[in-house]
Design a protein around this ligand. Structure first.
Ligand code: NDP
Length: 461
């Protein structure tokens, strides 16, 4: 009989924690998990899943407009925010039930409580003060929205935690930030009919993405009626009788019903008892781990956003699975964090995998850049002025495709498949040897003959 209550105690039932708990249990470990909020974590409850449902909802307005070009008369339209949120909530409740059920069926013990470390082999359940011991503890507490607490009037703003539960539909929305969440919600609110403004401190939105994508998305967002302000930030938020006014450094006063702060997320490590257990954090407050998700304390591990590696749900799931296989399945596995495909559910959507042009120029001396920008076929009849962008970055020395960047309908779906090819080390010749599928937008990827630009060492210097 073990000296511990459990072989594994997982703190946090989000994507990473749930996967780790279930896989460890299937390997025969005695597993418990604690969750202070709701099972499923950020992605399922107030992140990826409800966000995508809202994206779908917001796309109907353009579909109704586009339908006219195909002979349809859609008639009067109206939108009911409360009905949308209620439908979304029903789906999220269903998913949460599935998460709980799967854990229970795997034999995992569930604690609906916040849990904090109480030394290297124990947790304290905050709800009833109980102390539970475990041979190994996995921290999978994710992240939480960052907010600028020095901003006067910040208490009148909301974050991505609240945006999914607004009781009233905001007719005027201002979104601060230029990252994933900011551009996604700008598209959502604009599509649903809000007067939408995005305010970003930098020169161009989506820092870290390929520059052509950043500029192309910016242009398309403006065409759709979103006001995009760059190189400015809020200096003060004022509450008035009719709503809010966001005062900016440049002297603008922007009226809004809601101001959404989408200025990044922080690892959820505060008050977890990590310091007491001797677990080391980095400067950003994330738990430091090695390639096997081990902290500096031998019995404590961490996966997902709390470790601030690649903050995406599928990565957290992989890390959780690899941890369970390594520690309980006798199969040591490390997660490969390179060439991770990702989508941004902006409108138009973005799909990206591999190096950006800037990264490729810094690392390679000879590049061929293939760029295509065209109107998707659907819009020949709809009349919509929207461009699709496709870009391939090829190492001219080896012919290897280093990066693919796509903006347009279903780019997320496209880049999932492109990710396989790039992970396998596909060359431009492999792309060229692949027969086109006609008529699709994706056929452009295998029919780009001449580089738009040849970068050679002289040019890169
Ligand atoms: P991001 O890190 O993507 O973007 C944060 C944005 O806020 C940046 O534009 C940043 O500017 C800006 N910012 C940061 N601090 C301040 C400040 N003090 N004042 C003004 N602006 C500031 O974070 P998000 O909140 O958009 O998303 C969080 C994470 O969630 C993402 O990194 C991603 O991992 C994940 N996510 C993934 C999605 C997907 O896969 N589709 C969807 C949504 C979220 P700057 O660029 O200048 O630093």
């Amino acid at each position: 009989m073990s000296e511990f209550d459990y072989d594994l105690f997982v703190i946090g039932a989000g994507s990473g924690g749930v996967r780790a708990a279930r896989i460890a249990a299937t390997h025969g470990a005695r597993v418990a998990i604690a969750e202070e909020h709701r099972y499923g974590g950020t992605c399922v409850i107030r992140g990826c899943v409800p966000k995508k449902l809202l994206v779908y909802a917001s796309q109907f307005s353009e579909s109704f407009e586009d339908a006219a070009g195909f002979g349809w008369d859609v008639g009067a339209r109206s939108f009911d925010w409360k009905a949308l949120i209620a439908a979304k909530d029903r789906e999220i409740n269903r998913l949460e039930g599935i998460y709980r059920g799967n854990l229970e069926r795997s034999g995992v013990a569930l604690f609906d409580s916040r849990a904090e470390l109480d030394g290297p082999n124990a947790v304290r359940l905050v709800k009833d003060g109980r102390r539970v011991t475990a041979a190994k503890i996995l921290i999978a507490t994710g992240g939480a929205p960052n907010n600028d607490m020095r901003l006067e009037g910040v208490e009148h703003t909301i974050t991505s935690n609240e945006v999914f539960y607004l009781p009233e539909f905001p007719k005027r929305v201002v979104i601060a930030g230029g990252g994933f969440i900011a551009v996604e919600f700008a598209g959502i609110f604009n599509g649903l009919g809000s007067e939408t403004t995005l305010i970003y401190r930098g020169e161009e939105i989506l820092r870290g993405f390929d520059d052509d994508l950043r500029q192309a998305l910016h242009a398309e967002m403006e065409k759709k009626g979103i006001r995009v302000i760059t190189e400015d930030v809020f200096s003060r938020i004022e509450k008035t009788d009719t709503g809010l006014i966001g005062h900016t450094n440049a002297g603008e006063q922007i009226e809004a019903d809601q101001i959404l702060m989408a200025i990044g997320r922080n690892p959820n490590t505060k008050g977890l008892g990590l310091e007491g257990a001797g677990v080391k954090l980095d400067a950003a407050g994330a738990i430091r781990v090695d390639e096997r998700s081990r902290t500096n304390v031998p019995s404590v591990f961490a996966v997902g956003d709390v470790t601030n590696r690649v903050n995406l749900t599928p990565v957290a799931i992989r890390e959780g699975h690899a941890f369970a296989d390594t520690e309980f399945g006798g199969k040591p596995v490390s997660v490969d964090h390179s060439m991770v495909p990702a989508a941004v559910f902006s409108q138009p959507e973005i799909g990206t995998v591999g190096l950006t042009e800037t990264e490729a120029r810094a690392r390679h001396s000879s590049l061929d850049i293939y760029r295509a920008s065209f109107r998707p076929m659907k819009h020949t009849l709809s009349g919509r002025d929207e461009k699709m962008l496709m870009k391939l970055i090829v190492d001219a020395d080896t012919d290897r495709v280093l990066g693919v960047h796509v903006m347009g309908p279903d780019s997320g779906e496209l880049v999932q498949v492109l990710g396989i090819a790039l992970k396998m080390g596909a060359t431009k010749a492999d792309f060229d040897a692949t027969m086109a599928v006609h008529p699709t937008a994706a056929e452009e990827l295998v029919t780009m003959r001449e580089p738009s630009e040849r970068v050679r060492r002289e040019a890169a210097e």
